[in-house]
Design a protein around this ligand. Structure first.
Ligand code: CA
Length: 488
């Protein structure tokens, strides 16, 4: 009891900001981010070169899309879980990147693809060879093989009469996560990356671990999280459960740190819907309901606008600067760990086939240009290159920087409990965020007309996205069309 009291007192004496763990992350597709050696392929050294840019943007975490050897450009089918794809660099390059992120207080996450391996992974090749020769192999139980032609299963190369499960494609055989040796391999892979300095993982396709059996998927995640926390007590793990809110909520009891907030993201998600419909008040109510669900399960939300699988938000919102700024204002004033997808901060476009969503970052004229993925059939446009936007105070990039700085200055934004507030105007999204004795108010006017809201307090930040001035006079807040006020 005494020790507990002493610990509580020690925690109380810390400034609030050191207790704040939530932070902004930045998702990177390494092949398209920054090429350090002029071969046209982005690489790990390119990312290390740009860490000051990422820190300046206000991101305090990075999620690297897969970096392990793979036969595909996207690398979501791994052939060696403990190595770096040669086109991205070497293990030494990775260690330098990990050290340099650490020096800047940036947390580093790597993508962990556990649902399936590549069909060229040595485990699968050996299992297939043994089936073809009628030999026993420990690796046949790493996958799901059958002599029954189950619909959707694929024929095993060289082994007539044998089939295997590959839910995504034939190049991605599903792993049998019940196999005890495979589970030990998984823990060894996690330990390998933790020993190389990662702070956590992004888990690919958690919905598909056991078909779509939620109970079994959650049991596996529970097992994984327990072991990961033994290896690294402060590990951060964010899962991809690309589904509705009700389903995502069922994954939080696994103890996973975060799950991406798919219902708020994308072209049909709540943030874009609210901007299009101008229904601010109903967005605030939906946010309150969702954040209550996440905190009741001990999780931290991970909102985002679009990722490598979605049409980029800039195109969805017709490349209108005011809309893009408003989308950023909405995402970056929500609690939790928001994920900015590289290029989003400069308004890069990309839609249609996946390659178009992963186009080269636009740094500036003739600057470290990466070649686009081979099958891309679009060229990205943007609101101006990084170089151009850095020098324009009114740019989208500087709008992102203002928002990330506010999150650091007022920890209630990133860490607070969200309560929706009623105003007389349906276009206004208003909520309160409370954290560690601090209360912050966020008000977005999503409408195309000026809105006024009675408010007695003070204006902390005025973030107009279009024309007009945000004013607080005599207890009345004036919000021009498409603007955000942060108050206390
Ligand atoms: Ca390169």
């Amino acid at each position: 009891m005494k020790r507990c009291l002493a610990l509580c007192l020690a925690l109380l004496m810390l400034p609030a900001s050191t207790l704040a763990e939530n932070r902004v992350f930045y998702e990177i597709f390494p092949a398209s981010f920054r090429d350090s050696d002029g071969d046209g392929c982005g690489d790990l050294n390119g990312i290390t070169e740009m860490l000051d840019y990422i820190a300046d943007l206000g991101a305090e975490g990075i999620w690297l899309m897969p970096i392990c050897p793979s036969p595909t450009y996207h690398k979501y089918d791994v052939t060696d879980y403990k190595a770096i794809a040669p086109e991205y660099g070497t293990m030494e390059d990775f260690d330098r990147l990990a050290a340099e992120t650490d020096a800047r207080g940036i947390r580093l996450l790597v993508d962990l693809v556990l649902n399936h391996s590549s069909s060229l992974h040595p485990w699968f090749l050996e299992a297939s060879r043994c089936l073809a020769n009628g030999e026993e192999s420990p690796y046949t139980d790493y996958y799901h093989f059958s002599q029954e032609a189950i619909p959707g299963w694929h024929t095993v190369p060289g082994a007539p009469g044998w089939y295997y499960e590959g839910g995504f494609t034939y190049e991605m055989p599903d792993l049998n996560l019940d196999n005890e040796s495979l589970r030990q391999e998984i823990l060894s892979i996690c330990k390998f990356w933790i020993d190389h300095g990662v702070d956590g993982f992004r888990l690919d396709a958690v919905l598909h671990y056991y078909g779509e059996d939620i109970a079994q998927n959650v049991a596996f995640l529970t097992w994984l999280m327990e072991h990961l926390r033994e290896m690294k007590p402060d590990i951060y793990v964010v899962g991809e459960a690309w589904k509705d809110a009700g389903t995502i909520a069922q994954y939080y009891p696994s103890g996973i740190s975060s799950l991406f907030n798919f219902p708020f993201s994308g072209a049909e998600g709540e943030i874009v819907n609210a901007i299009r419909s101008k229904k601010g008040a109903s967005f605030a109510k939906k946010a309150e309901k969702w954040y209550a669900t996440v905190s009741a399960n001990g999780g931290v939300d991970a909102p985002f606008l679009s990722n490598h699988d979605n049409a980029r938000v800039a195109g969805t919102l017709m490349q209108k600067t005011a809309n893009l700024k408003l989308a950023a204002s909405m995402m970056l004033t929500l609690p939790g760990n928001p994920f900015i997808y590289y290029g989003e901060e400069i308004g890069m476009t990309g839609s249609g086939r996946d390659e178009n969503k992963r186009l080269p970052m636009i740094w500036g004229e003739n600057e470290s240009i990466c070649l686009p993925p081979a099958n891309a059939d679009q060229t990205a446009s943007c609101q101006g290159s990084v170089r151009e936007q850095l020098h324009d105070p009114a740019s989208l990039l500087n709008h992102y920087k203002t928002l990330t700085a506010l999150r650091k200055q007022y920890p209630a934004i990133a860490n607070g409990t969200l309560t929706a507030l009623e105003t007389e105007n349906n276009s206004v999204c208003a909520y309160r965020l409370e954290y560690s004795g601090e209360t912050i108010f966020v008000m977005h006017n999503l409408g195309r007309k000026e809105a006024t809201v009675a408010f007695s307090g003070s204006l902390v930040a005025a973030l107009p996205c279009a024309e007009g001035e945000i004013l607080l006079n005599d207890g009345m807040l004036t919000l021009p069309a498409q603007s955000t006020a942060i108050l206390k």
